[in-house]
Design a protein around this ligand. Structure first.
Ligand code: CAA
Length: 260
């Protein structure tokens, strides 16, 4: 696809997007963020995936955040443009119909941790370190982190993490609910692929509907969210995959879902 700072590979219906700027621990300078954004806006929707995995190139980092060297030279309006663009792209990833997994293979800091938080599920290497060092730089997590992490961990723990700027180990991140699994470093991609394969075998429209129910519903009042859930499950009921799933159960065989 001709991107310099991201890679994309497809294995069946599982796509792996790799942020690739290892000499700077995959920090998202403008060029890297633009590659990510262009891929997400223009290429991702046509991939017909069942699961998207996001990871970082190299052995040390998922993504070490926004690019500090570049930010230090930005004007206020340039900085606002950088923030606006990151928000736009992170929203698109979070609300993509594809379920997503962050394979956190090392440092996930600042904008990198915020990128992991746009994914539905996070699997971390036991060597990973996560956190929001922004207050050490005179800013705070502003690519969605202050809002997404609070919704995941609750206000108190999120404030502790953000106010101190300290990184946490993968095990601590698991305890905090910041990641769903911690696995040996060497198998982080294997585990992500296995989880992706098990999700990819399920009914894709049902998973997209569940994702929408959870993402959109969690922003609504309970009664509205319950109504949304009813509408979405009605939509699932009218799919070929629903008929296939129930038929396969009754015939004691594996279903063959087509995403229709
Ligand atoms: N921006 C720019 N360059 C970065 C970077 C970043 N976020 N993180 C790492 N790098 C660069 C380093 O400058 C270094 O480059 P040089 O070799 O040219 O000096 C290279 O990557 C390797 O890094 P280190 O030598 O520092 O590696 P280390 O193992 O000693 O330390 C680290 C690793 C603890 C992750 C350290 O690099 C670090 O603290 N990085 C900054 C992390 C950070 O503060 N992230 C938040 C950024 S702000 C943000 O993201 C704002 C927001 O809300 C969106």
């Amino acid at each position: 696809m001709g991107y310099e700072y991201i890679g994309f590979e497809k294995d069946g219906a599982i796509g792996t997007l790799t942020i690739s700027r290892p000499k700077a621990l995959n920090a998202l300078n403008w060029d890297t963020l633009k590659d990510l954004g262009s891929f997400v806006e223009n290429d991702l929707p046509n991939q017909e995936l069942r699961v998207l995995i996001i990871t970082g190139a190299g052995d040390k980092a998922f993504v070490a955040g926004a690019d500090i060297a570049q930010m230090s030279e930005m004007s206020s309006s340039e900085f606002r443009e950088y923030v606006d663009y990151a928000h736009k792209i992170y929203d698109l990833i979070e609300n993509s119909p594809y379920p997503s997994i962050a394979a956190v293979n090392g440092y996930a800091l600042g904008g990198g941790c915020e990128l992991a938080l746009t994914c539905d599920i996070r699997i971390a290497s036991e060597k990973a370190k996560l956190g929001f060092p922004e207050v050490k730089l005179g800013i705070f997590p502003g690519w969605g982190g202050s809002q997404r992490v609070t919704r995941i961990m609750g206000n108190g723990k999120a404030k502790e993490l953000i106010y101190t700027g300290e990184m946490v180990s993968a095990e601590e991140a698991l305890r905090l609910g910041l990641v769903e699994r911690v696995v040996p470093h060497e198998v982080v991609m294997k585990e992500a692929m296995e989880l992706a394969a098990s999700i990819a075998a399920r009914a894709p429209l049902a998973i997209s509907a569940a994702k929408q129910a959870i993402n959109t519903g969690s922003e609504m009042k309970l009664k509205e969210a319950l109504n949304l859930e009813k509408d979405l499950i009605d939509g699932c009921f009218d799919t070929d995959d629903r008929a296939e799933g129930m038929k396969a159960f009754l015939e004691k065989r594996d279903p063959d879902f087509k995403g229709k």
